[in-house]
Design a binder for this molecule. Structure first.
Ligand SMILES: Cc1cc2nc3c(=O)[nH]c(=O)nc-3n(C[C@H](O)[C@H](O)[C@H](O)COP(=O)(O)OP(=O)(O)OC[C@H]3O[C@@H](n4cnc5c(N)ncnc54)[C@H](O)[C@@H]3O)c2cc1C
Length: 377
């Protein structure tokens, strides 16, 4: 059984870790967390030059033809360094959706711009119910003579504050099955009637409320088939869920490394605290959680990469990773004692992101419901 990364993936991992450590120190992470945009355009351009923004797009669209698994490796490192910015929303939520469902014309237009770092995207799916399912899509798009008019409120939309285009998931038809009658629209974020408001979140990530008030969208901006957009949304959600797990695993790994180092360095009662059994058990539990979450995440990612049925694996991965990474960052906090309670220390950056990741794309209970369904219950 071969569970390791390929030579190229190992190289990508190492170079990503080195680059992010150098180019995105925690001081910059904190600055960007407090800024309105939440990202550095200078850093973004450097990442684009390294080929990260085009990693998973075919070469004919300006990408480097990498696989979904390559992207997972990169996202784990981004999570390790808690890189702020719209990479996840642009590449995973936006780019992969366009790649999966866009017309040739749309792909030729959009993907090279994402790859070159010139276009930011996001996906507007969730609404005030904050659920990632079809019945929760209430935003309406009504067909007119020259396209559709969208009305509705989207909530918790990542990076809509900086996105050039928003993929808006709207209901175009009401039927018995809530998964029918959903259409994805490519909306210019500067269109009249689009109003975004930045939310103040616990993780300082940039999530927005986006109101669509009589927003006109031409027919040519429909992504995929009208009324049949849900399978595409589901596919994107599946990829995004496992991608979020990878980011969280990276963050938990970093928290573990920081805590183990501190346990070796911090002396109390004339010995390093790592020599106390209580701390040893904390660390053993942490490494078990991180490794377990990583294996389960990569198993799900591999299945997605291979195009195999993976609903159950993705839900298991997210249910476990959501909670495991929360436990790891909480224990890291505990090991740091009082110093970890201060904002000067970095551990809170990881803890808060683990909390945000836990609920994004569905928390443990949401995912367990999917697992139970897959078990035929
Ligand atoms: C908000 C806040 C309020 C506080 N208020 C008070 C107060 O009113 N009065 C007061 O006296 N103190 C107060 N403290 C300090 C508190 O007593 C210390 O945080 C605590 O004793 C831990 O000390 P430390 O931070 O030096 O951590 P350390 O002693 O370095 O401990 C770090 C980690 O090692 C563990 N550890 C340390 N020694 C052992 C051991 N022998 N066996 C097993 N595990 C061990 C700790 O449990 C912790 O998880 C406060 C701290 C905070 C954060």
């Amino acid at each position: 059984m071969e569970l390791g990364l390929s030579e190229e993936q190992e190289m990508l991992k190492t170079s990503a870790r080195d680059f992010l450590q150098k180019e995105c120190p925690k001081q910059l992470v904190r600055q960007l967390d407090e800024s309105d945009t939440g990202y550095s355009s200078e850093l973004w351009q450097k990442m684009a030059k390294l080929g990260w923004t085009g990693l998973v797009f075919p070469e004919k669209y300006g990408g480097s033809g990498g696989s979904f698994l390559d992207l997972i490796v990169l996202l784990e490192e981004m999570g390790h360094n808690i890189l702020p910015g719209p990479f996840f929303s642009t590449v995973v939520l936006g780019g992969l959706t366009v790649l999966a469902a866009g017309s040739e014309e749309q792909k030729k237009d959009i993907l090279p711009k994402i790859a070159s770092g010139d276009m930011l995207l996001t996906l507007a799916l969730t609404e005030p119910s904050a659920r990632y399912d079809a019945p929760s899509v209430k935003t309406k798009a009504v067909a007119g003579t020259d396209g559709h008019v969208i009305n509705g409120t989207k909530l918790f939309i990542p990076d809509a504050n900086v996105a050039d285009y928003i993929l808006c998931v709207a209901r175009t038809k009401k039927g018995k099955n809530p998964e029918d009658g959903i259409t994805i629209f490519l909306v210019n974020a500067k269109s009249p009637g689009v109003k975004g408001t930045l939310l103040k979140t616990l993780a300082r990530d940039k999530q927005c409320e986006v109101v669509f008030d009589n927003v006109s969208v031409p027919q040519s901006n429909i992504l995929g088939k009208p009324d049949q957009g849900w399978p595409t949304v589901k596919d994107t959600l599946q990829k995004a869920t496992v991608a979020k797990c990878a980011e969280m695993v990276g963050g938990a790994q970093a928290a573990l490394e920081m805590a183990v180092q501190y346990a070796k360095d911090r002396v109390q009662f004339n010995r390093p605290i790592g020599s106390f059994q209580a701390i040893q058990h904390y660390c053993a539990n942490m490494v078990t959680d991180v490794d377990g979450a990583r294996f389960i995440t990569y198993k799900a990612a591999w299945k997605v990469n291979e195009g195999l049925p993976s609903d159950m694996d993705v839900a298991i991965a997210k249910a476990w990773t959501s909670e495991a990474c929360g436990r790891v960052t909480l224990l890291a906090h505990q090991i740091f004692g009082a110093i970890g309670f201060t904002m000067d220390h970095d551990i809170h950056l990881y803890y808060r992101r683990a909390k945000a990741g836990e609920i994004m794309f569905g928390d443990g209970d949401f995912q367990r419901a999917i697992v139970a369904q897959e078990l035929g219950l």
